[in-house]
Design a protein around this ligand. Structure first.
Ligand code: PGA
Length: 257
């Protein structure tokens, strides 16, 4: 059975006192999950706090970005080995905000995925098309290219330890989510692209949906056969919403089993 997971992406939000509520809720929720995994991807400065709060719980945590260099004169950057020291087990790479605001291209994203794997952590590789690309009928082409760059770099072996997140750019933070059917079509495309190299890897690969997921639309999305959980931005900052989304993913796992 494929691992189901729900990863919260706090983006550039949080404060030391404010995080406490979210961490306590995540710890409690993770303890109630039978199969699904709950992951929090937080800003770098909070990793020590998160590690302290979640260490003895069933929740996992990670970062939202990483340098593809192992070390050196790269002012302002953070290496995969540093993230590992703070107990991270997941790292988001290639989020569309990194791609569009910080100029990360497919090649850089693939190097970052490789750096994460080299430290024994799991990259959450984000792919997704813009609205104009979708309207031009280029969705599969765009996602195929994004995926191929990563697969070429890390190979099927690397993909076996990775997670893919499909996040249509037009659905991120807009309140406009892809319909379960729209998302399922792209998830099936991603899985079949991986299957061309390895059926076994494709069958085992968790593919998350991200883009305006809320407790109210999570169930419909998680019912789809190729949607294995979510990457949650805004709703991960609301303890009750995030907990409900995690539980929705878990119920679907138990139903599928
Ligand atoms: P959103 O963000 O849930 O706020 O749309 C998702 C993401 O960017 O990962």
């Amino acid at each position: 059975m494929r691992q189901r997971l729900v990863a919260g992406n706090w983006k550039m939000h949080g404060s030391l006192p404010g995080n406490q509520t979210l961490l306590e809720a995540a710890a409690a929720t993770a303890g109630r999950l039978r199969e699904a995994k709950c992951v929090l991807c937080v800003p770098f400065p909070y990793l020590a706090q998160v590690q302290g709060a979640l260490m003895v719980t069933r929740a996992a945590w990670g970062a939202q970005n990483v340098s593809h260099h192992p070390k050196g004169a790269f002012t302002g950057e953070v290496s995969a080995a540093m993230l590992r020291e703070f107990g991270c087990t997941y790292v988001i790479v290639g989020h569309s905000e990194r791609r569009s605001l910080y100029g990360e291209d497919d090649s850089t994203v693939s190097l970052k995925a490789a750096a994460v794997l080299a430290e024994g952590m799991r990259p959450i590789v984000c792919v997704g098309e813009t609205l104009s690309q979708r309207e031009a009928g280029d969705t599969e082409q765009v996602i195929g290219n994004q995926l191929e760059a990563v697969m070429d770099r890390i190979g099927v072996q690397g993909l076996r330890k990775s997670v893919v997140a499909y996040e249509p750019v037009w659905a991120i933070g807009t309140g406009r989510t892809a319909s379960p059917e729209q998302a399922q079509a792209v998830h099936a495309f991603i899985r079949s692209s991986v299957a061309q190299q390895s059926r076994e890897t494709a069958d085992a690969l968790p593919i998350l949906y991200g883009g305006s997921v809320k407790a109210s639309n999570a169930v419909g999305l998680f019912e789809m056969p190729d949607i294995d959980g979510g990457l949650i931005g805004g709703a991960s900052l609301d303890a009750a919403e995030f907990s409900a989304i995690c539980l929705a993913a878990d119920h679907k796992t138990v139903e599928r089993a």
